[in-house]
Ligand binder design. Sequence first.
Ligand SMILES: *[C@@H]1O[C@H](CO)[C@@H](O)[C@H](O)[C@H]1NC(C)=O
Ligand SMILES: *[C@@H]1O[C@H](CO)[C@@H](O)[C@H](O)[C@H]1NC(C)=O
Ligand SMILES: *[C@@H]1O[C@H](CO)[C@@H](O)[C@H](O)[C@H]1NC(C)=O
Ligand SMILES: *[C@@H]1O[C@H](CO)[C@@H](O)[C@H](O)[C@H]1NC(C)=O
Ligand SMILES: *[C@@H]1O[C@H](CO)[C@@H](O)[C@H](O)[C@H]1NC(C)=O
Ligand SMILES: *[C@@H]1O[C@H](CO)[C@@H](O)[C@H](O)[C@H]1NC(C)=O
Ligand SMILES: *[C@@H]1O[C@H](CO)[C@@H](O)[C@H](O)[C@H]1NC(C)=O
Length: 467
Amino acid sequence: MRYLPLILVVICSFATVHTCPSLCTCISDTISCNNRGLTIVPSFSSADMSGVRVLDLSHNNFTSLPVNAFPNSHFETLKLDHNRLRTLPNGTFQGVASDIKNIDLSNNELLTLPDALAALDHLISLNVSNNYRGSSDINLPNNVMRALGDTLEEFTFGSIKQTDWPRTLNHFQNLHRLEITSLHPNLIILPPTGFHGFETTLVELSIHDTNLLTVPIGISKLRNLLTLNYDNNRNTGDSGILLQSFPTSSNSKLSTLSLKGDSLTIFPLVLKYLQKLTKFSIDNNPLDFLSETSVEGLHTLRELTIRNCSLERIPAALATIAALGSIDFSFNAIETVEKRDLQGFTNIQKLTLSNMPLKYISRDSLAPLHSLQVLELNNTALTEVPLAINFTDNLKNVSIGHNRIDCMCENMVWLFHKAVECNPTGVHGFQVIGECDTIHATVEEYLTNFVQRCPGYKEICNIMPYG
Ligand SMILES: *[C@@H]1O[C@H](CO)[C@@H](O)[C@H](O)[C@H]1NC(C)=O
Ligand SMILES: *[C@@H]1O[C@H](CO)[C@@H](O)[C@H](O)[C@H]1NC(C)=O
Ligand SMILES: *[C@@H]1O[C@H](CO)[C@@H](O)[C@H](O)[C@H]1NC(C)=O
Ligand SMILES: *[C@@H]1O[C@H](CO)[C@@H](O)[C@H](O)[C@H]1NC(C)=O
Ligand SMILES: *[C@@H]1O[C@H](CO)[C@@H](O)[C@H](O)[C@H]1NC(C)=O
Ligand SMILES: *[C@@H]1O[C@H](CO)[C@@H](O)[C@H](O)[C@H]1NC(C)=O
Ligand SMILES: *[C@@H]1O[C@H](CO)[C@@H](O)[C@H](O)[C@H]1NC(C)=O
């Protein structure tokens, strides 16, 4: 009995340490109070905030927060997105102002950037996209933008009500990453000086879901830009990809470019002037015939995705991109791969031909691909593992999932020979991931469990006596 008080003390302090505000869940460094219909901030007075980094109050019903909304708390990341916030009073962040590094206020109803944010003197990342009420969009006032400019490195803004380009962006002297999520349909051209202030610091720019007609000219001045994502800007066609919009000087650093979901019918001519370009995506564009002139000069390009571009054949012109190591043709209309279609793709290591009505791959088509290691053929109309695989020399992984593969002796003995190399211990030459349609087994299981009973297996593996 005399140990009881001690036990109680231990239990009580244990309980205190693990108290989580009611309605919230606390897992590792995150307190999640999202999606609870909250209109007032839960009390953290009994919560142990040591080790907490993220407070998630997103998807609730806050319209405002009180002064000193987070007493006794500490966190770096505050998620307040998807509420109905209209104001934040001065002093909202009393006590936590120097802790907060990231704040997400997207999808609220703020019509001006609250003064309260100016107190966040260590803020690195701010998201205020999709804040509007009626036809009014959020105003980004000078005083708050200037105060944030000393530390802010990542900024996201934009909504379908955003009619003007915010000139106060030029206070962001240390911006590394800028994301523009959408703009008013009438905003079709950005001012050439739009990126003043962070022309030397910006490394990543994303502009998506706007009605812009052209890639903004101001981008050409972003000297240290590494990544440009300019996606789902449906009004930008071939003539909107202006040469003078890109940083094309010899010391340009741009290495990743995405032009998905625009309205391109050709490969933009600007590509060959981007001397560091290694990754390019042109998915979801209505591409026409690809001529050799449109892809020539792409000496540095290593990864290309050209998904969902209405291609019916593999464009031979792409073979002229000598450094190309990976290419993704998913979601095109390609039905056949003919003998010479892949000739010239000599450096390809990964080839993706998934999600298409592909029904035939010529037996000789893969042989020239001496570097090919990974082949993806998921969700096609193929009914056999293509025999072309037998004539590759470096293939390591084949995915052939979600196809209706007939696993039968006639078409699987060669695969066994190729993949398992007739080694009774089953040392795999490469991996084939997929399922049989004719029998309840994966392709690998068929190879290990069934092929040894096939006629012809012993001959092919030279196991005496035959038959
Ligand atoms: C949040 O507010 C909306 C609008 O007032 C209301 O319809 C909804 O029921 C509220 N949600 C919760 C969970 O309280
Ligand atoms: C909030 O602070 C700003 C500047 O720090 C000041 O201009 C403004 O008047 C304050 N608002 C209120 C309601 O006190
Ligand atoms: C900002 O918020 C929007 C809308 O919620 C979201 O799509 C986007 O991914 C966010 N961006 C960042 C960098 O957090
Ligand atoms: C293909 O692109 C079109 C637009 O060109 C888009 O509407 C569609 O959703 C895309 N499909 C897939 C599977 O990505
Ligand atoms: C598979 O390739 C091997 C070696 O190149 C060859 O001997 C064999 O005949 C091929 N199998 C079939 C079914 O073509
Ligand atoms: C092949 O697949 C295996 C297992 O899924 C994986 O560990 C390996 O990294 C893959 N190899 C290549 C070259 O992708
Ligand atoms: C392809 O299918 C395999 C087998 O079903 C699956 O494991 C793999 O994740 C799929 N790959 C892709 C990229 O969908």
